[in-house]
Design a protein around this ligand. Structure first.
Ligand code: ACO
Length: 354
C-alpha cells in the first residue's frame, strides 16, 4: 500500500465562524506562519574524476553505451580522506558561509545518506563535531530520495517552532557499495555531498511566500527488492553491494515522478508554467528529460549535472542546486521544483521559492 505524507501543504486562514465576530467589523486576516528559507547552499565533489573510457578499460562497456543510455560522461570518486563526514562537512561549511551563518546558528543537522562512515555515531554528529555546532542531529536513510525526505523533516521542525536553523545534507560514497565488475550498476554512480542551511522566516501561507512551500513524501516497501544493498553491519555472509533491476526502476521513476510533480503543483494551486527551475534527482538523463517535458519546461530551465557527477544518490539534488545557485542561474524569488525517486522505493518532491 502506498504510504503518503503531505508534510507541509499551505494552511488556510481561520474561518469567520471560529473567530466569532461579524466579518464587516474585522481587519483582513493575515495568517502568519513560519517558512523555511534556503539561506545558503554548498557542494563538495571528490578530486578524482573517472571517465567512461577509464571504466571501459577494465569493463565490457563503452563511453557510447553509457552516454546513450544514461547521459553520464564521468563521475567523481572519493579518495581515502574523502569520507562521507568529510565531504558533508565541506559542503556544510560552504552552505553556512553562503548564508552568512555561523555554527551557533545550527539547531539541528539532518544528514541523508545510504553510505555512512559507521553504523553509529550518526555521520551528522561527526559533522556537528567538525563544525563545532550545538543542537542535535541524526542520519536519515531514504536512498536517492534522502535529500527531499531530510528537507521535509527539517521544514516540519522549523514550521513547528522547534528549531530556527537547520543544516540539511545529502552525502554519499557509493563507490564503496558498488560491484565494480557489474557493468549494469557500477557505471551509474558517483560520490559527493551537498548541503543547504535553512533559516526560519515569516510567511503568510500563500504560494508567493519565500521558502519551502510544500513537500510530499511517498514510500512503497513492497518494491524494496528492485533496488537494494545486499549487506548490513555484522553480515559478512552478504555481498555488501548494490543490486538493481534497472528497467523496473526506470519504469517506476517515470510514473511516480510524473505523479509527484503534479501533486506538488496542485497542492499549491500553481500551474506548471509557474515553475522557473526543475532541479531533479540526477539518475538518468532520459528520466530527467521526460519530467522536464511533462512540465513543459525548456531544457535550459532544467538543471542537469548527471553528465559530470553521475548519480550521487542523496547528494545529487543539493549538488545540482549548489551549481545552479552559485553560477547565478537560480535567483531569489524564483520557483524551484525538486523531485527524487530511490531505493525503498521512496519518492517525493519539494517546491521552494528561493
Ligand atoms: N555497458 C554495455 N552494456 C550494458 C551495460 C553497460 N554499462 N549495462 C548493461 N548492458 C547491457 C545488458 O547486459 C543488456 O545486454 P543483453 O541485451 O545482451 O542482455 C543490454 O545492455 C540491455 O540492458 P538493460 O538493462 O535492459 O538496458 P536499459 O536500456 O534498461 O538501460 C539502465 C540500463 C541504464 C540501467 C536503465 O535501465 C536505467 O537507467 N534504469 C534506471 C536505473 C537508475 O537510474 N538507477 C539509479 C538508482 S534509482 C534512481 O536514482 C532513480
Amino acid at each position: 500500500m502506498d504510504q503518503v505524507l503531505t508534510a507541509s501543504a499551505p494552511s488556510l486562514p481561520p474561518s469567520d465562524t471560529a473567530l466569532g465576530a461579524p466579518t464587516a467589523m474585522r481587519a483582513p486576516v493575515a495568517t502568519l506562519q513560519m517558512r523555511s528559507i534556503l539561506a545558503g547552499i554548498g557542494g563538495y565533489l571528490p578530486e578524482r574524476i573517472v571517465t567512461n573510457d577509464e571504466l571501459a578499460a577494465t569493463l565490457d562497456t563503452s563511453d557510447a553505451w553509457i552516454q546513450e543510455r544514461t547521459g553520464i560522461r564521468q563521475r567523481h570518486i572519493a579518495g581515502p580522506h574523502e569520507t562521507c563526514a568529510f565531504m558533508a562537512t565541506e559542503a556544510a561549511r560552504i552552505a553556512l558561509a553562503d548564508a552568512g551563518a555561523v555554527p551557533a546558528d545550527v539547531d539541528v543537522i539532518i544528514l541523508a545518506t545510504a553510505t555512512p562512515d559507521q553504523a553509529f555515531p550518526a555521520t551528522a554528529l561527526r559533522v556537528q563535531a567538525a563544525l563545532g555546532c550545538g543542537g542535535y542531529g541524526f542520519d536519515l536513510s531514504a536512498a536517492c530520495s534522502g535529500f527531499v525526505y531530510a528537507l521535509s523533516m527539517a521544514d516540519s521542525l522549523i514550521r513547528s517552532g522547534a528549531v530556527r536553523g537547520a543544516l540539511v545534507i545529502g552525502a554519499e560514497v557509493y563507490s564503496r557499495i558498488l560491484d565494480w565488475t557489474d557493468r549494469g550498476t557500477c557505471v551509474l554512480f558517483g560520490d559527493g555531498a551537498g548541503a543547504v542551511f535553512l533559516r526560519a522566516g515569516p510567511g503568510s501561507g500563500s504560494a508567493d511566500d519565500q521558502g519551502i512551500l510544500s513537500t510530499h513524501l511517498h514510500a512503497q516497501g513492497s518494491q524494496g527488492d528492485i533496488l537494494f544493498v545486499d549487506g548490513a553491519v555484522g553480515r559478512p555472509d552478504l555481498s555488501g553491494v548494490l543490486k538493481m533491476q534497472g528497467r523496473e526502476v526506470f519504469r517506476h521513476a517515470v510514473n511516480r515522478l510524473s505523479e509527484t510533480v503534479s501533486e506538488a503543483l496542485a497542492a499549491n494551486g500553481l500551474a506548471q508554467d509557474a515553475v522557473d527551475w526543475l532541479v531533479p534527482h540526477q539518475a538518468n538523463l532520459r528520466i530527467i528529460d521526460g519530467i522536464g517535458r511533462k512540465l513543459g519546461l525548456p531544457p535550459e530551465r532544467v538543471v542537469v549535472t548527471v553528465d559530470r557527477h553521475a548519480n550521487t544518490s542523496a547528494a545529487s539534488i543539493p549538488l545540482a542546486l549548489a551549481e545552479a545557485w552559485h553560477d547565478k542561474r537560480i535567483r531569489r524569488g524564483q520557483l524551484v521544483l525538486m523531485e527524487a525517486l530511490g531505493g525503498g522505493l521512496t519518492w517525493g518532491s519539494a517546491l521552494v521559492r528561493m
